[in-house]
Design a protein around this ligand. Sequence first.
Ligand SMILES: Nc1ncnc2c1ncn2[C@@H]1O[C@H](COP(=O)(O)OP(=O)(O)OP(=O)(O)O)[C@@H](O)[C@H]1O
Ligand SMILES: [Mg+2]
Length: 457
Amino acid sequence: MTSKQNYSTIQDDSSWTNLILDSIADGVFTVDHEGRITSFNRGAEKITGFSKNEAIGQYCHEIFRANTCFEACPLKHTAETTEAIINLEVNILNRDNKEIPISISTAVVKDHEGKVVGAVETFRDLSLIKELHKEIHRQYSFQDILGRSKPMLKLFQILPDIAQSNATVLIEGESGTGKELFATALHNLSSRRGRPFIKVNCAALPETLLESELFGYKKGAFTDAKQDKPGRFRQAHGGTIFLDEIGDMSKGTQVKLLRVLEQKEYEPLGSNKTERVDVRIIAATNRDLMEMMHRREFREDLFFRINVIRLSIPPLRERREDIPLLLDHFLERINLKQSKQIKKVSSSALKTLFDYDFPGNVRELENIIEHATILTKGIEIQSRHLPSYLARRHEPSPATATLPEGEDMSVLDNVERDLIVRALERHRGRTAAAAKELGVHRSTLWRKIKRYGIATR
Ligand SMILES: Nc1ncnc2c1ncn2[C@@H]1O[C@H](COP(=O)(O)OP(=O)(O)OP(=O)(O)O)[C@@H](O)[C@H]1O
Ligand SMILES: [Mg+2]
């Protein structure tokens, strides 16, 4: 009898609703039609640092001080249009003026007669997820190159030593694998950083033009040579020259390049005065130079001069573990560029991407994401937003098996799940130690272990 009485009392004075609202971790608050706060749950108190008493009666922009408050207030938008907003990311200032990233959703509040009397906003603290995100990027990036697959981590490991060695480097890899990124990283990690980094695409110019581009010319060397022009080698003096697509260099130019490599000297076109340079050479190719050498299309002596240190960048299909990381990176970049809020990739779209072979490698992945984001109106990229040529059936790759089934996981979810799995592995399943390393409370870790269906010992 007593408990029943209590129950109805609770229901009557609406504390029941407050009880429920206070039991959830997300922030929830309501505003009246003027934008003054009329309720403020415990989650909201925790995230903002303001107490309910401080918040109630204030204009919401006085409490939240978000970047959107004055330009595009989501609550005002919802109150005026009755349109709900879902998972919009904004930054607010908490009571200590610390910036907190949150994800907000809004809806209108109507009275018994269906008249709009205000709006409700729920919001979620994204600090932890952003921290994890930064951590992942810190762990899995090197000089703007992202990668977490074994071959990429191995390349990251040897890169500083190679960079400092001053030796000529040959970077091999299919189109779009990141050869230019690696060449730039080598220069930036070397003692030549701060000196010029000069790029020359050997495939873009016919033989004579390439030679005058590389070595420069003297006034009168040919009809259009109205004055002396320094070549790219001279411009690169003290720094690094990046000879891209070196497999496309003619054999005549190859001879001249060999001389620079052997004697550090050359003559500009139309000049008989020898110039000396101190330049480090990094060359790149997507062709098989060894095979070209056997076919006598590439000089053997030059090949051995260039091939002092060889960096082979594996194609993306041989390091599919890098796909989520790259996806996440490109999504973030494209969201910024296109002012979009795309957060997720549906599991079936992700599967299509995992099954695809990416002949154009990372650049192709980037283009695919750009294509998809243009077509995506909501927050999730779905299979139908991907270019149709991806939909062809492929043999499922072994990596597919590691993708979680069922519930859609955002790219970020995937990386977060992975970070947790690896922390647990490192600590042999001890959650307390793993939570400590990840900088989260043990209960938070448990919640995530359950959510992601991670097996624990
Ligand atoms: N590991 C990576 N992390 C981040 N971005 C990458 C990575 N690899 C490639 N990219 C991006 O993919 C694109 C292609 O990279 P890059 O130009 O370095 O490739 P490449 O091998 O030189 O291609 P090509 O053979 O066509 O000249 C660039 O936009 C680059 O920023
Ligand atoms: Mg390139």
